[in-house]
Design a protein around this ligand. Sequence first.
Ligand SMILES: Cc1cc2nc3c(=O)[nH]c(=O)nc-3n(C[C@H](O)[C@H](O)[C@H](O)COP(=O)(O)O)c2cc1C
Length: 384
Amino acid sequence: MDRLGRGLGGRRRWLSNAAALSGLWVVSGGCYYGAEEGEAYEPWLYPGADLRPDRLVVGAAILASSPHNTQPWWMRATANRVDFFSDASRNLGSLDGLLRELTIGLGCALENGLIAARAFGLAPELALFPSGDDPAHIATVTLGRGTPMRDPLFDAIPHRHTYRGRMMDDPPPEDLEAALAALCEADVRLTFVDRGDKKHVFRSETIAATEAIVADRSMLLDGDAWWRQTAEDIERHRDGVTIDTSGLGAATRALGKMAGRPSPESSGEYWLSATREVHTRASAFVILSTANRADRAAQVAVGRTYQRIHLWATSQGLAVQPLNQLPERQDREQVTGAEPRAQRVLATLIGDDRTGAQMLFRIGFAFDEALKSPRRPYEWVVRP
Ligand SMILES: Cc1cc2nc3c(=O)[nH]c(=O)nc-3n(C[C@H](O)[C@H](O)[C@H](O)COP(=O)(O)O)c2cc1C
């Protein structure tokens, strides 16, 4: 029996919860569409039938995590070489004023590409920032001939999705911290927050940072620009965040689609309440930090580490959601010259000042399934 089948009282209560949540969609006039339907989701049918080396590497890279699903990359690809470039035009504006998250996203794409290349026996060789004078040229991956390797991380590539629904918040498996630490690139430090005061501070300060973002009109609008409300929006852009990836239940998502686009203010209010009630509950929170936050190579290393961790978690049946409100506020405070509040909080959570926070996430067991987000296909991201 599903959730709706548990008697009329339960059904009424559930529907009224859905209606309360759907208060953000006050304007009607939308149109229902199914989850994960349409060409925007076809890249997830990976690896597919075309096994050319560049298709395999780029096809995996496309499926990586990226901030707000901006997919801030383009590639140059031949049979024996794939070059990764950042596309600064696909940025988050004041949410990522230092293009730090954008570069982390490139690290995620690179890691998926490398894992795929090794799995198919393409013996990848990596050169980071190969054009010293062009910081947008993130990496060259040269492909050769090696031995294919079975890799559970490769198998997880088409199944990894960001999860924004409810997680169990009981203590994590005992060996989780060590398993995650073993997945870190050299120079990436992992802080595991699973108990006591620190867990409370992580929660309350992430909520406070969300409040600050919602109250900062530029940040609110720059995030909202990547919201894709309708099936047409999704097919046209094949990027951004959608109702189906919001972590809401099926009926609420259906209501949201049939209504019109929510205002940035009501989206912000919804996000804040989801942060309070849902997103800040988990078995553990994790902080990835590096010595120099501004260093592009360190940001790529963080992206590679995060992607690997999320793939490993997927292979273990664990759910993951980044929660980057605090480092986004830290960047914003730096850009605007405001008091460095977020930086102080993050230094307290990490336990010292020697490394700066780059990527935060929660990890635990999920109650629901995470759904796919749209992707731009090979033809859209590969340029001559
Ligand atoms: C640098 C970076 C920052 C991110 N920050 C957040 C975040 O704060 N909250 C969140 O829910 N997801 C965050 N994400 C996850 C992306 O929104 C997600 O990867 C993207 O929408 C694509 O969806 P997918 O991971 O399911 O493929 C972040 C991802 C990256 C790489």
